[in-house]
Design a binder for this molecule. Structure first.
Ligand code: GAP
Length: 456
C-alpha cells in the first residue's frame, strides 16, 4: 500500500498537483507547494466546504482573521501554558528526535541507539514583530485558525443580527512545529484549516455535537469518498486536547493506516471564558430572544434569557488532508488500459475519478488531429468560447488516445473532440471521464449543455 503513496506523490509532481517546497535548494521540511492543478483542486475543496457551511447550512457567517495575533491570545487559549506540546525523545547516538507516541519500540528507529527520557516540546512557531528582536516583540504564528474567531465573537455579534445558535466559519493557514512531519502532505508544519465554530447554549451542546458530526461525515460522502474508507473515532478522555470536553474524529483509511482528517470538538466554554478572564472583556452572551433562524427555532428551544458563556461545537478539517483524501480515494488504475492509442497498449491506465466539483480541469478541448488547420482553428475557437465559463485545457499534442489518457489521469471530467464531421455539422463529441460514453452536441448549444452536465 505504501506503493500507492509513491504513485500518488509521483503523479502529483509529474502533473503539477504538489511539489516539494524549496526543491532547488534541496527541499525544506516544512511544507509543500501546490502547482497549477493542485491550486485549482484545493480551491475547489475549500469552495465546496465554504458553500456547504455558509450557504447550505443556516445562521453561519464567514471571517478572515489575521494570522499574527497578540501573544496574550496564546496564553489565554492554553497553547503556551497548558497542553499544546508533544513528548519528544532524542537518540543519544545519532541525535535524531522523535515524537514519543509515534515510536513502536523504545529504541531509535534510525540507528537503534538508546533514547533520552521524554520532554515536552511546545509546537507554537515563534517569530518577532517589528525591528527589535527581544522578548517584548515575540509573536506566534497561529496554531489553529479558530482563535481569531473567538477574538471576534463580540464584533460579529454586534455587527450582525445573529442570535444563538449561530456559527462563524474560517479557512486559513495554521502553523505547528511538528516534531515528525510526514506521509507527504498529511502532516506538515504549515497547513490550511477549514473550521466552523458553532456557538450554542450549554444545554443544546450535545444535540448540536451529534448534528455536526452527521453533517460533516455526509460532506465527505457527498463528494465521492467511499463509505468503507471513512469512520468515526471517539477519543478517550485521557487523550483529549486541553480545551476539549469531547472529541470525535473523522478518520480515513489511508495507505498508511486509519488516520484523522477532521475533529468534531465540544470545547465547552473554555475559549470564551478564558479570553474573558485574560482580556477583561465580558464575552458572555445575553439571551434575549429566540434564535433568528425559524427552522432552527422549531428544532432547538433556546429561550432562556440568561447571561452565559456559550458552548462551542467546533468542526475542524484540514484542507491539505482533505486534498490527500480526495486524491487517494479517486485514484484508479485500469490494467491493460481502456482507451486505444496508436500503440497496442497493455500498460496501466490511471483515472482520477474526482467528483466533478473538485476536478481541477472541467473540460478539455481536443481536435482529432493537429495537421488539419481548419480543425485546429475551430477547436481553438471552441476553447476561447468556453474559457470564461469553465476551467478548460486545450491539447493537440499526440494521438487522441494519449490525450484522453492524459486528461483521465488528472481527473478532467469532460473531453470535447472535434473531428472532420464537426467542420460540416458544426458539432463535436462530449466524452464522459467515468462512463466513456460519447454524445454529439451542436456547438451553439455547448455552453448550456456543459453547464447542465457540470452543475447538476
Ligand atoms: N481547532 C482545533 C484543531 O486545530 P486539531 O485536531 O489539532 O484541532 C484539526 O486539528 C485538523 O487540522 C486535523 O484534523 C487535520 O485535518 C488538520 N491538521 C492538524 N495538524 C496538521 C498538520 N500538522 N498538517 C496537516 N494538517 C493538520
Amino acid at each position: 500500500m505504501q506503493n500507492l503513496m509513491q504513485k500518488i506523490i509521483s503523479l502529483c509532481k509529474r502533473r503539477g498537483f504538489v511539489y516539494p517546497s524549496s526543491e532547488i535548494y534541496g527541499g525544506f521540511g516544512s511544507g509543500y507547494d501546490f502547482g497549477p492543478l493542485g491550486v485549482e483542486m484545493k480551491n475547489n475543496i475549500k469552495m465546496a466546504w465554504w458553500e456547504e457551511i455558509t450557504q447550505v447550512q443556516e445562521n453561519i457567517v464567514g471571517l478572515d482573521a489575521a494570522i499574527l495575533m497578540s501573544p496574550k491570545v496564546w496564553d489565554a487559549s492554553g497553547h503556551l501554558t497548558a497542553g499544546f506540546a508533544d513528548e519528544l525523545v532524542e537518540c543519544k547516538k545519532c541525535h535524531h528526535r522523535f515524537r514519543k507516541d509515534f515510536l513502536e519500540k523504545e529504541k531509535c528507529p534510525d540507528c537503534g541507539g538508546e533514547l533520552t527520557l521524554p520532554k515536552k516540546f511546545n509546537l507554537m512557531m515563534k517569530t518577532f514583530v517589528g525591528p527589535v528582536e527581544d522578548e517584548a516583540s515575540v509573536a506566534y504564528l497561529r496554531a489553529e485558525t479558530c482563535q481569531g474567531i473567538y477574538l471576534n465573537f463580540l464584533n460579529v455579534l454586534n455587527s450582525s443580527r445573529l442570535k444563538i445558535p449561530f456559527g462563524i466559519a474560517q479557512i486559513g493557514k495554521a502553523f505547528r512545529n511538528e516534531i515528525t512531519p510526514g506521509n507527504f502532505i498529511y502532516r506538515t508544519r504549515e497547513f490550511e484549516q477549514m473550521e466552523l465554530q458553532w456557538f450554542c447554549h450549554p444545554k443544546t451542546a450535545n444535540k448540536f455535537f451529534e448534528y455536526w458530526k452527521g453533517i460533516r461525515m455526509k460532506w465527505y460522502l457527498s463528494l465521492g469518498i467511499k463509505k468503507e474508507n471513512l469512520r468515526f473515532k471517539e477519543i478517550p478522555k485521557e487523550e483529549l486536547a486541553h480545551y476539549a470536553k469531547r472529541v470525535v474524529d473523522i478518520e480515513y483509511k489511508f495507505p498508511f493506516g486509519w488516520k484523522e482528517i477532521e475533529g468534531i470538538h465540544n470545547r465547552g466554554d473554555w475559549d470564551l471564558s478564558n479570553h474573558s478572564k485574560h482580556s477583561g472583556q465580558d464575552l458572555r452572551y445575553v439571551d434575549e430572544l429566540r434564535s433568528s433562524s425559524p427552522s432552527l427555532r422549531s428544532v432547538f428551544d433556546e429561550e432562556t434569557k440568561e447571561k452565559y458563556f456559550p458552548y462551542i461545537i467546533e468542526t475542524s478539517a484540514g484542507a491539505d488532508r482533505s486534498f490527500l483524501t480526495f486524491l487517494i480515494d479517486a485514484y484508479h488504475e485500469i490494467k491493460g488500459g481502456r482507451t486505444k492509442t496508436t500503440k497496442a497498449v497493455k500498460e496501466e491506465e490511471v483515472v482520477l475519478k474526482l467528483d466533478k466539483k473538485l476536478a481541477p480541469i472541467k473540460v478539455a478541448v481536443l481536435p482529432l488531429v493537429k495537421n488539419k488547420p481548419e480543425l485546429v482553428k475551430k477547436a481553438k475557437e471552441v476553447y476561447q468560447m468556453l474559457k470564461p465559463h469553465f476551467v478548460c485545457q486545450y491539447d493537440e499534442a499526440d494521438s487522441i488516445g494519449r490525450r484522453y489518457r492524459r486528461q483521465d489521469e488528472i481527473g478532467t471530467y469532460l473531453c470535447l473532440t472535434l473531428d472532420f464531421e464537426s467542420l460540416k455539422q458544426d458539432d463535436l463529441t462530449i466524452r464522459n471521464r467515468d462512463t466513456m460514453k460519447q454524445q454529439r452536441v451542436k456547438i451553439n448549444d455547448l455552453v448550456r449543455t456543459l453547464k447542465e452536465k457540470l452543475e447538476n
